[in-house]
Design a protein around this ligand. Structure first.
Ligand code: CP3
Length: 369
């Protein structure tokens, strides 16, 4: 299927992918969630006079925005510029983004009677054709980089069923998730059938991204941390687990599982056996080691993370010490299960660029054994 199936070819793989595979790398690879966005003046320049949707749905513009963090910082991963809600729009849910408010869905799927609004026959190659084109264009761009350039990995992504379902039920971003939990606990059967449909959609959507050239894909379960471990195991994990399993059967390319606010969910996340666990900033390294050991996953699963993104609002000294602490805490994973530096959630829109640079410099100069 791809050169990635031949272990001998591993030197040709991007450093990020080699680290995800547990190989020792000359330095710690780094990319970070939401790396393309409003903290970059070149993003704001392209965004001026355009809506977020226009920017993300116009292939040339979305490609350019995806490349901005690579051009400025030479990050080791390029994540396609899109949104987790993009495939919902493709499946029939009209939505828009409002300044200061975030995503607003013009059609909810809040109960059984609204299920039909989320078309069952979502076809990612047709309904989100621009996403395939963005990835193919980025793939061609990376493949055309001059020989000798350290090749960045191309990353695709999708939202997890629980997080997507919360948007569909609430109609937008929520603070307390009352409608979501109302549906989870009050209409469990409906919530399961919505999650089931979203699972099938996301499996198709991520396979399309692999076919379009993604080197790895990340599943964002941003809001599942509002659930207790038992409720997460009942209402969220079975669906991400199905996606992880379907993808890992389809391709040797790594699948990354991110769950927001998930210090209490480590056991349930590890049980899904994703190749890479993306850690929220509240998670402690010894707890990860303990839970992996107990699951027989230690030295078999890579981790990615997990500096508090708001550290970047601090002093340069604070950024340096916080990044160094994360690197030290996870040093035991490098070259074993695998370790990649990232933030513990998306970067915030007014993060000062000099601090981002300090973070990158700290990671790149950190000695690896
Ligand atoms: O990481 C990247 O650089 C790739 C692009 C990306 C975006 N959204 C672009 C975006 C990715 C991976 C996402 C994922 C996403 N979107 C998540 C999961 C990640 C996480 O943070 O937990 C979620 C929950 C969403 C939903 C969403 N989209 C929200 C809540 C918002 C508004 C928040 C905000 O910062 O205004 C968006 C809009 C959005 N998606 C922006 C960007 C760059 C801001 C757009 C703008 O106004 O220019």
């Amino acid at each position: 299927m791809s050169s990635q199936t031949t272990p001998n070819d591993n030197q040709a793989l991007p450093m990020l992918i080699r680290a995800f595979a547990g190989e020792a790398t000359p330095r710690t690879p780094i990319w970070y969630m939401r790396q393309a966005g409003r903290y970059l003046p070149e993003y704001n320049e392209l965004r001026r006079g355009r809506s977020f949707l226009e920017l993300s749905e116009t292939v040339e513009l979305a490609v350019e925005v995806s490349l901005q963090p690579f051009r400025r910082f030479a990050v080791d991963g390029i994540i396609m510029f899109s949104d987790i809600l993009t495939p919902l729009k493709g499946a029939g849910i009209p939505l828009h983004f409002e300044e200061k408010k975030g995503p607003v869905l013009d059609q909810t799927v809040a109960d059984e009677s609204e299920m039909h609004h989320l078309r069952e026959d979502f076809d990612p190659g047709v309904d989100t054709a621009h996403v395939a084109d963005i990835l193919k264009t980025l793939r061609a761009h990376i493949d055309a980089l001059p020989a000798g350039t350290e090749r960045p990995a191309l990353l695709g992504f999708a939202g997890a069923p629980f997080t997507l379902a919360s948007y569909l039920v609430e109609g937008g971003t929520s603070k307390k998730f009352e409608k979501t939990k109302g549906a989870v606990f009050g209409a469990s059967e409906f919530f399961h059938s919505l999650s089931d449909r979203l699972t099938e959609h996301m499996i198709r959507y991520l396979k399309m991204q692999i076919d379009a050239g993604a080197d790895a894909v990340q599943i964002f379960d941003s809001w599942a941390g509002i659930l207790s471990p038992a409720d997460y195991a009942e209402f969220a994990a079975p669906y991400t687990q199905r996606i992880v399993a379907a993808l890992q059967e389809y391709t040797p390319r790594p699948v990354i599982l991110f769950v927001g606010n998930s210090a209490h969910l480590l056991k349930e996340m590890i049980a899904q056996q994703p190749r890479v666990l993306s850690l929220d900033w509240r998670v402690q390294a010894p707890a990860v080691e303990r839970e992996m050991e107990a699951a027989g996953a230690l030295n078999k699963m890579a981790v990615q993370g997990n500096m508090d993104p708001l550290t970047l609002y601090g002093t340069p000294e604070r950024v340096r010490s916080a990044a160094s602490r994360v690197l030290e805490n996870f040093a035991g994973f490098a070259g074993r299960g695998g370790y990649v530096f990232n933030l513990g959630h998306g970067i915030h829109p007014s993060s000062p660029i000099p601090n981002v640079q300090t973070m990158l410099d700290t990671v790149r100069s950190f000695p690896v054994k």
